[in-house]
Ligand binder design. Structure first.
Ligand SMILES: Cc1ncc(C[n+]2csc(CCOP(=O)(O)OP(=O)(O)O)c2C)c(N)n1
Length: 553
C-alpha cells in the first residue's frame, strides 16, 4: 500500500490530508491523554521505530528483561492507574505473558505494546523472531497474539491502509484498545508493524478529559432505592461496619466517597485481605484487614461480637481461598446475616458511586464508635528478630514515624507475615502492594521500582519497603541495576533461610535456593547500596531507622 499523502489529498482534500499525524505521534497523544509519563521495556529492532516515536515524550525506561518490565508496568498500573510496557516482537513480548496473566487476574490496565515485522516485510522469507522452525511450511506470525488472546484478554495487531485513497485507522484502533484497558481494568496486547509507526494515519479527535471518555451508560435502575434500604438498615443499627473489597482499589473517586461517608457518620471500616493498604489503617475508624482466625483478637471480637450491620462494598464475585481464611469457617463477614452487599457491577463502579452520593446527603445519625485498641507487644531488645516479631517491630517503628512505609511483600512467608502490618496512608494512595490473587513470586522489586519513581517525582518522604525471602529475591535481583541508574531508594528486608520455605514439602534439592557462602551485602554494595546483617530486635530497629534517615537525607 502506498500511504501516499497526495492520494489522500486527492480523495478528501488538502486540508484533510494536512491534519494527518503519523501513527507514532497519534500514539503519543493517546498515551498522554491517559496521563502516561513512563514506559518500561526492552528494545529490539522491531521496536526501534516505536522507541524513536516515544523517546522525546516519555521516560522510556529500560528493564533488566521483559518479564521485569512487564511486572513493573503492572506495579505502575496499581500506583498510577495505567501501566505501559514496550517490547520487541515475540522474543520480547512472549516473556510478558506471565505478567499479562497477573494483570488479568489483578484487574490491571496494562498496555503491552510490541513491535512487529512491517506489513511490507511479510513475504515467504522467514523473518527472525517468527515462531517457525526450518521444517515449517507456513510462516507463523501470530504466535504472540494467540498467546495473549489465550489468557482471555484483547490482543490485536494494528492494521495499515487497505486502499490507497483512505488513510489507515491504526490510531483509532490503538485509542480504542487503550480505552478498553482503562475502562475495564484489563490488560491489552497491541502488536504494531514497524513500518506503520512512521506512516500517516486517520486523525482522531480525543475527548476533552478522561471523564468525557465514551463509556457504557450507567445501567443500574434503582440506586436510590438501594440507598434508602441502606439508610433504613443504618437507622436500626448500633454498630455498623463498612467492609471494603478489592474492586475499589483503582477508583480514587469511589475511595474518596467511602472515606467521606465513614467520617461523616463515624462508621468504622475494615478491608478484605486482598484490599489491604487501600484505606488508612492508622485512622481511628480503621479495623485493619479482616480474615477470621488470622485477625488480631481485639478487632476480631469487635467485628464478630459487637457489629450488628455490615455494608459490604466492592468485594469480589468469587471468593479466593486466601481471602476467606482458607475455608476455616471463621470468616464471619461473608456469612453475616444483617448486611447489604453492593459489589459494583457497573463500569468504573458507577453504581456504588451513585449510591454513596445519595448516602452522603441523607439524614443518617452519627454513630458513637470508640476506636478498638491495637495490641502493643512487649519485646526484649536482645530477642532474635524473625517472622514472629518482624511485623510488630515494623508497626512500632511506623507508629512513631508520621511518614508512611509502603510495603511490597514478596510471595512467600513474607506475604503472609505482612498481613500483620499496620499501614499508614502514603502519598501514593496505597501502602501495601503485591499481587495477592495471582500470587506470582518475582514482582516485589519491579513493583517497588514503579513506586519509587513516583515517590521521587512527588519528592515524597514516604519510604518503599520490600520484604522478601531469599528465594524470591533471587528471582528479580538483576532489576536492582535500575535502582542504581535511576537513583532510587528502597529498604529491602531480606529474610534469609537459604530455602524456598513456603510450600516446601520435603527435603528435595529443588527446595534450596541459596548457599551459606552467598554474600548478599556484597551484592547490594555492588549495586551502590549498603546492608547489614541484623539478628536482634534492637539491631534491626536501629539499622532500619538509620536507613529511613539516610533515604530522607
Ligand atoms: C513464579 C512463582 N513460582 C513459584 C511459586 C510457588 N512458591 C510460592 S512461595 C515459594 C517459596 C518462597 O521462598 P522464599 O522466597 O525463599 O521465601 P520463604 O518462604 O523461604 O520466606 C514458592 C516456590 C510462586 N508463587 N510463584
Amino acid at each position: 500500500m502506498s500511504n501516499d499523502i497526495d492520494l489522500y489529498a486527492e480523495n478528501f482534500g488538502e486540508s484533510y490530508a494536512e491534519l494527518l499525524p503519523t501513527l507514532g505521534q497519534a500514539m503519543v497523544n493517546t498515551l498522554q491523554f491517559f496521563a502516561c509519563q513512563r514506559i518500561y521495556g526492552v528494545g529490539g529492532d522491531y521496536a526501534a521505530n516505536l522507541i524513536s516515536a516515544f523517546a522525546e515524550h516519555f521516560d522510556v525506561c529500560p528493564s533488566s528483561n521483559e518479564m521485569h518490565a512487564a511486572f513493573t508496568a503492572c506495579g505502575q498500573a496499581e500506583i498510577e492507574g495505567l501501566g505501559v510496557c514496550l517490547t520487541t516482537y515475540t522474543v520480547g513480548s512472549l516473556p510478558c505473558v506471565s505478567a499479562a496473566a497477573l494483570a488479568v487476574t489483578e484487574k490491571l490496565p496494562v498496555i503491552f505494546i510490541s513491535g512487529a515485522p512491517g506489513e511490507s516485510e511479510i513475504t515467504s522469507m522467514a523473518l527472525h523472531h517468527t515462531v517457525s522452525s526450518c521444517s515449517t511450511w507456513k510462516a507463523e506470525y501470530d504466535a504472540a497474539l494467540e498467546s495473549f488472546k489465550a489468557l482471555g484478554m484483547r490482543a490485536e495487531r494494528l492494521q495499515g491502509e487497505r486502499n490507497t485513497a483512505q488513510p489507515n485507522v491504526a490510531a483509532e484502533q490503538f485509542f480504542r484498545l487503550v480505552a478498553h484497558a482503562y475502562l475495564n481494568k484489563q490488560p491489552v496486547f497491541i502488536e504494531i508493524p514497524r513500518d506503520l509507526v512512521l506512516q500517516k494515519t486517520q486523525a482522531i479527535q480525543l475527548p476533552e478529559s478522561l471523564a468525557q471518555l465514551p463509556h457504557e451508560s450507567f445501567m443500574l435502575k434503582g440506586a436510590h432505592a438501594v440507598a434508602k434500604q441502606i439508610i433504613k438498615k443504618l437507622s436500626q443499627a448500633k454498630n455498623p461496619l463498612l467492609f471494603l473489597g478489592v474492586n475499589a482499589k483503582l477508583n480514587p473517586r469511589l475511595l474518596q466517597l467511602l472515606k467521606q461517608f465513614c467520617h461523616l457518620y463515624q462508621i468504622p471500616y475494615v478491608t478484605s485481605w486482598l484490599a489491604k493498604g487501600v484505606l488508612d489503617e492508622h485512622d481511628n475508624l480503621s479495623l485493619g484487614a479482616y480474615n477470621g482466625v488470622f485477625s488480631p483478637t481485639d478487632i476480631r471480637s469487635y467485628i464478630e461480637e459487637k457489629v450488628d450491620y455490615v455494608l459490604e462494598i466492592a468485594t469480589s464475585i468469587n471468593q479466593l481461598d486466601t481471602n476467606v481464611a482458607f475455608a476455616t469457617g471463621t470468616h464471619l463477614l461473608f456469612d453475616f446475616a444483617n448486611r447489604t452487599i453492593l459489589k459494583g457491577t457497573a463500569q468504573l463502579e458507577q453504581d456504588i458511586i451513585t449510591t454513596f452520593e445519595y448516602l452522603l446527603s441523607a439524614d443518617i445519625p452519627t454513630f458513637n464508635f470508640t476506636p478498638v485498641s491495637q495490641p502493643q507487644v512487649e519485646m526484649e531488645k536482645e530477642g532474635r528478630i524473625d517472622f514472629h516479631n518482624l511485623t510488630s517491630v515494623l508497626n512500632q517503628l511506623q507508629q512513631v514515624d508520621d511518614k508512611a512505609y509502603i510495603y511490597f511483600p514478596e510471595i512467600g512467608n513474607s506475604y503472609f507475615a505482612s498481613y500483620s502490618l499496620r499501614t499508614r496512608m502514603s502519598s501514593l494512595g496505597r501502602s501495601w502492594i503485591t499481587n495477592p490473587w495471582y500470587a506470582a513470586m518475582g514482582t516485589s522489586l519491579p513493583y517497588a521500582r514503579a513506586a519509587c519513581r513516583k515517590l521521587k517525582e512527588q519528592q515524597s518522604d514516604d519510604v518503599a519497603v520490600v520484604i522478601t525471602g531469599d528465594g524470591g529475591f533471587n528471582f528479580q535481583l538483576n532489576d536492582l541495576i535500575h535502582f542504581l541508574r535511576d537513583d532510587l531508594s528502597v529498604i529491602i528486608i531480606y529474610m534469609r533461610n537459604d530455602i524456598f520455605h513456603l510450600g516446601k514439602n520435603g527435603e528435595a534439592d529443588i527446595y534450596h535456593c541459596s548457599d551459606k557462602q552467598f554474600d548478599v551485602v556484597g551484592l547490594i554494595n555492588a549495586f551502590g547500596g549498603e546492608g547489614k546483617r541484623c539478628t536482634t530486635i534492637e539491631q534491626f530497629k536501629d539499622y532500619f531507622t538509620d536507613c529511613t534517615q539516610l533515604i530522607r537525607g
